[in-house]
Design a protein around this ligand. Structure first.
Ligand SMILES: [Zn+2]
Length: 104
């Protein structure tokens, strides 16, 4: 079967979900010691589409993309404190002006 659109191996972020076997811990408890979780290649993540572990090479790449996105999100989340504050003040000023302008 041939897909009609584009080359097959484009590197893009695949949806991952936390492994249900180890619950993201990457290891499962054996009788005496913890064992690498085989369901997720000891990564704690599985493909959300297939529910299976990604091959190690792709897993590394996907986790890297995921980490990069997560860090970017984190940066975005911590950054706007200044911006949001400014926006808040602007809105406040506008709101105060607006509420004075009642017209009666
Ligand atoms: Zn697992």
């Amino acid at each position: 079967m041939k897909k009609s659109h584009g080359p097959a191996f484009r590197k893009e972020l695949r949806p991952l979900m936390v492994c249900g076997i180890c619950r993201g811990a990457t290891v499962v408890s054996g009788v005496f010691h913890q064992l690498d979780c085989t369901a997720c290649n000891a990564s704690g993540w599985i493909c959300a589409q297939t529910g299976e572990a990604l091959p190690p090479a792709e897993l590394v790449q996907q986790l890297s993309l995921k980490l990069r996105n997560a860090l970017a999100e984190l940066a975005r989340a911590s950054q706007p404190l200044g911006g949001a504050h400014e926006l808040y003040e602007q809105n406040n000023r506008r709101g105060a002006g607006g509420s004075n302008f009642t017209g009666d």
